[in-house]
Ligand binder design. Sequence first.
Ligand code: BGC
Length: 257
Amino acid sequence: MRVTGDQILGIDVGGSGVKGALVDISEGELLTKRYKVRTLRPATPPSIVSQIQHIIDYHEWEGLVGVGFPAVIDNGIVHSASNIHKDWIETDIMTLLNDSEHHDIYVVNDADAAGLAEIHFGAGKGKTGKILLLTIGTGIGSALFLDGNLVTNTELGHLYLKGQRKVAEKYVSNAAREREELDWKDWAKRFDEYLMHVNALFYPDLIILGGGISKHFEKYGKYFTLQEKIVPAQLKNNAGIVGAALFAETVSNPIHF
Ligand code: BGC
């Protein structure tokens, strides 16, 4: 299907699933139901590339594609691998994805993608100042904006909390909550310590919480110390897909934004 106008295929590669949908980037809305496949393990370059291609083929899509990917991405090169296979490190993901059939695929860090969506269409829309989006999933991703401009590839899930030997995301992610069977209150108290640490280092004006558990915000938001500046993502778990599509539009047509 080749549809012109403001339609772009957005794909979000996560720790548990690879999801895609057609996005109307002028409204920030999904035009099709989310199509999801379970992330293959080990999440090596060939397995993830084949899943991304499967999602493109499923949509019979020939237009622009934006992919949110859970790693540091600089000019199409993968520079980290926390929840994916280490073979990804220093891989040129743009070249892997753009073959003779596909040549319009752009890749961005997954949290940066979600942040772009929330800044343009969601909880950060029209707001100035320092805005931090944290995605809570298999890991913790971050996207920092200053007056609407993205500071790319921040990795605030990899801070160390006092007394811990592993990076913060290993203790406070949704995967940790599920693994340790924490109830919302216990997990929220743990996450609160993380939020206080991030706040002390960056002092954002607004903190937006994204990822799958943003839809349960009312169950844990009340336990946070900084309640007045913490809000859930408005696009919920679709922010990553919408933001990936927005990113593809931005880089392929920089004068648009
Ligand atoms: C990765 C980030 C990513 C986050 C959320 C972290 O482990 O290092 O790049 O944004 O997980 O997927």
